[in-house]
Design a protein around this ligand. Structure first.
Ligand SMILES: CC(C)(COP(=O)(O)OP(=O)(O)OC[C@H]1O[C@@H](n2cnc3c(N)ncnc32)[C@H](O)[C@@H]1OP(=O)(O)O)[C@@H](O)C(=O)NCCC(=O)NCCS
Length: 166
């Protein structure tokens, strides 16, 4: 595969089945027990801010974004992010995160939040949320709760419950 064969597209309903397969492959059935997944089950994700990467027409990676109210921050929850094993370490994950974050910023989001590995997401602009400031609908490791702040006071207002925002 050549890098220029990869296209980044806005998600639509025709991608749903393959995204399920990619997420199953990346996370296994345990993914349904995650606290972030419980938020995603509260309401639909925002397709306009969710993206797939294709290689020769085949979807090989996906990122989804879900609107959330986090404390008083009108933000977005990023995830799941998954890249097929055949296409790892080509910068595709990073590019999907970049596109999703910039899309949210343009749409007026006050912050993109996720539960993930700081060494991966730190260089992409994510900062640690104050320990236990956000109350998820299930246990999370507070060291893995991260945000790209998009308003001056985003960090200060990330305090309280996080849940789906209609
Ligand atoms: C994590 C994942 C999305 C990365 O996608 P990718 O397209 O392979 O990553 P990129 O090419 O953008 O970046 C690769 C770099 O990130 C590093 N990296 C990958 N996963 C990492 C992690 N969990 N922590 C720290 N660094 C990580 C790689 O070692 C590589 O480093 P290098 O550039 O110094 O060689 C992909 O491996 C995946 O789908 N994993 C399974 C699902 C998952 O864990 N999702 C993230 C949830 S937090």
């Amino acid at each position: 595969m050549k890098k220029h064969d990869v296209l980044f597209l806005t998600e639509d309903a025709t991608h749903d089945d393959i995204i399920e397969i990619i997420n199953d492959e990346a996370f296994g059935p345990g993914r349904f027990a995650k606290a972030a997944q419980r938020i995603r089950e509260q309401g639909p994700h925002d397709r306009a801010l969710s993206f797939v990467a294709t290689d020769n027409g085949a979807v090989i990676a996906s990122v989804r974004m879900t609107p959330v109210l986090a404390g008083s921050v009108n933000g977005h929850l990023l995830g799941p992010l998954a890249v097929r094993p055949s296409h790892k370490n080509l910068g595709i994950g990073r590019e999907l995160v970049r596109i999703a974050v910039e899309g949210a910023r343009k749409k007026g989001s006050e912050g993109v939040i996720l539960v993930g590995d700081p060494p991966y997401y730190g260089p992409l602009g994510f900062e640690k949320v104050a320990y236990n400031a956000l109350e998820f609908p299930g246990p999370v490791d507070p060291a893995r709760v991260l945000v790209v702040p998009m308003a001056d006071d985003t960090h200060a207002r990330l305090k309280g419950v996080i849940g789906w925002r209609g």
